[in-house]
Design a protein around this ligand. Structure first.
Ligand SMILES: [Zn+2]
Length: 218
C-alpha cells in the first residue's frame, strides 16, 4: 500500500465569463461588474396572489440586487417575472406561493440536476425584503444568522426575523453581519456578498500538482 498525499486544491478566479446557475438564471461577470438575468415565474391559489407575487418579487429583487459599491464595483440584476404557464416553463425558476403556514425555502442545482432551482414562499413573505433575501439563496449565498433549534421548531408562522411575527423565532445575526441582507430583516447587499458570489461562480478548482505518491516500492 502506498500512502497518498493530496495537495490542497486551489481556487483560481476566472477574469470574465457567463454561466447558468439555476433554471433560467444566468450569472455573468467581468472586470468590476456582475450581471444577473433571472427568469422567474409565479403560481399561487388565486390570480390576485399570482399578480402580487409577480409585482413584489420583481420590485424586491430590483431594489436590493442593483447596486454600485464604494470601490466602483457594480452588480446589476434584471428579474423577468411572469405568471407561470401551464405546463411550467423549465427555463424559469418557479416560485410557488403556498398557504399562510408555509415556510420559505429554496432548492438549488445539484450535480444531478445542474440547472434546476425552485423557490417557495408564503403570502406574508411578499414584502419588500424577503424575496430579495431568498433570491440570495437562489444565487448560492447562505444565511448569516444563528437560530436555536427550538426556535426553528417553533416556527409556526412565516420566515420572519428578529421580533417580527410576534417574536416567535429567535434569530441572531452573525457577529459583524447585522446590516446584511443574508442576516437580518431589512439588511442590505454588501460588497462581501459579491465577493462570495465571485468565489462561488467565477472560479475553477485546480489541483496544482495532482496527487503525489509517496513511499518506496512499486
Ligand atoms: Zn435565509
Amino acid at each position: 500500500m502506498l500512502p497518498i498525499l493530496t495537495l490542497p486544491n486551489q481556487r483560481t478566479r476566472i477574469p470574465s465569463g457567463s454561466k447558468r446557475i439555476g433554471s433560467g438564471i444566468t450569472f455573468s461577470w467581468g472586470h468590476g461588474f456582475i450581471q444577473i438575468a433571472a427568469n422567474l415565474d409565479v403560481s399561487a391559489r388565486t390570480r390576485e396572489l399570482v399578480q402580487d407575487g409577480v409585482d413584489i418579487v420583481a420590485s424586491s429583487v430590483m431594489a436590493h440586487w442593483n447596486k454600485t459599491f464604494e470601490d466602483g464595483f457594480r452588480i446589476a440584476c434584471v428579474p423577468y417575472v411572469l405568471p407561470a404557464a401551464t405546463p411550467p416553463d423549465p427555463n424559469r425558476t418557479h416560485i410557488f406561493i403556498g398557504d399562510k403556514n408555509s415556510t420559505p425555502y429554496v432548492i438549488r442545482p445539484t450535480p444531478v440536476t445542474p440547472y434546476y432551482s425552485y423557490m417557495s414562499l408564503a403570502p406574508a413573505d411578499l414584502n419588500s425584503w424577503l424575496p430579495a433575501h431568498e433570491f440570495g439563496h437562489l444565487l448560492g449565498l447562505g444565511d448569516r444568522y444563528h437560530e436555536s433549534f427550538s426556535s426553528a421548531a417553533r416556527d409556526t408562522c412565516n420566515f420572519v426575523l428578529n421580533g417580527f411575527c410576534g417574536g416567535q423565532r429567535h434569530t441572531v445575526p452573525q457577529q459583524g453581519w447585522q446590516q446584511n441582507i443574508m442576516a437580518n430583516a431589512w439588511g442590505v447587499l454588501e460588497r462581501r456578498n459579491v465577493d462570495e458570489l465571485l468565489a462561488l461562480h467565477a472560479t475553477v478548482t485546480t489541483m496544482p500538482g495532482g496527487p503525489l505518491l509517496l513511499g518506496g516500492g512499486t
